[in-house]
Design a protein around this ligand. Structure first.
Ligand code: ATP
Ligand code: MG
Length: 243
């Protein structure tokens, strides 16, 4: 039986909600308002993919699973990985050496990076590709209703490439998308609405994140008939994503 493999998020609750963790061969989208934990989850996953399979990662005895981190907002922090690695008894320096960090300066660059990954991934054992955030450059470069169609078309092409990468190389793709807490305020831009069209055509799993009390966050799966309904509560700690 062909089994899809999963990467642990660091939270058992969130893993359970996801049916075991982040799946390969698919795109998982985390969307939610600022501070809801999207970037923190991305950092944690870049570490966790490196764990051995029996501990929730995708490393095998002879090959460490590596991550690509495409950062569009400049919010990646190497130092943040330290505690997230130590938590599992991993050497932070080694963990960092297995993350390919790329800063995307605009949407064309972002798309070119993904095209280039088709050459890099076969040479390296990359099992996770992160794009944080997938939408920010597109929104900035194609503002307003009048540019919506062009933006959508380009973004869909980008998502299609990411889906193909995931499928062809049996890796997980994780993307983030900032969505305002009150979409009604942004009436007129349907891509800001929860469940809006922005990533509508993207295959895979969509996870909405909400802030709760203190360091608590609430995750909910959207539009996934194969996954159970419900919510998961997790926390963001100094050591990363946990229960
Ligand atoms: P945005 O849409 O602005 O990119 P985001 O969803 O990516 O937001 P994150 O940056 O992942 O949000 O979350 C930020 C939150 O993570 C902070 O408000 C803080 O509560 C928590 N956080 C960040 N670093 C730490 C840390 N070292 N220890 C504990 N909590 C932290
Ligand atoms: Mg962020």
């Amino acid at each position: 039986r062909m089994q899809t493999r999963k990467i642990t998020t660091g939270s058992r609750n969130l893993d359970d909600l996801l049916g075991g963790g982040i799946e390969t061969k698919t795109i998982t989208e985390f969307f939610g308002e600022f501070g809801s934990g999207k970037t923190q989850i991305c950092h944690q996953l870049a570490v966790n993919v490196q764990l051995p399979i029996e501990k929730g990662g995708l490393s095998t005895q002879d090959r460490v699973a590596k991550a690509v981190y495409i950062d569009t907002e400049g919010t990646f922090r190497w130092e943040r990985l330290e505690n997230m690695a130590k938590r599992w008894g991993l050497d932070p320096d080694e963990v960092m050496s297995n993350i390919f960090y790329i800063r995307a300066i605009n949407s064309d660059h972002q798309m070119a990076i993904v095209d280039e990954l088709f050459n890099i991934v076969p040479k390296e054992n990359i099992k996770l590709v992160i794009v944080d955030s997938v939408t920010s450059h597109f929104r900035a470069e194609y503002p307003g209703r009048e540019n919506l169609a062009a933006r959508q078309q380009k973004l869909n092409r980008h998502l299609h490439q990411l889906a193909k990468l995931a499928e062809v190389y049996d890796l997980a793709v994780v993307i983030t998308n900032q969505v305002m807490a009150r979409p009604d305020v942004f009436y007129g831009d349907p891509t800001q609405a929860v469940g809006g069209h922005v990533l509508y055509h993207a295959p895979g799993v969509r996870v909405q994140l909400r802030k709760s009390r203190g360091n608590k966050r609430i995750a909910r799966i959207v539009d996934a008939p194969h996954l159970p309904e419900g919510e998961a509560v997790f926390v963001i700690t100094d050591y990363g994503i946990a229960d």
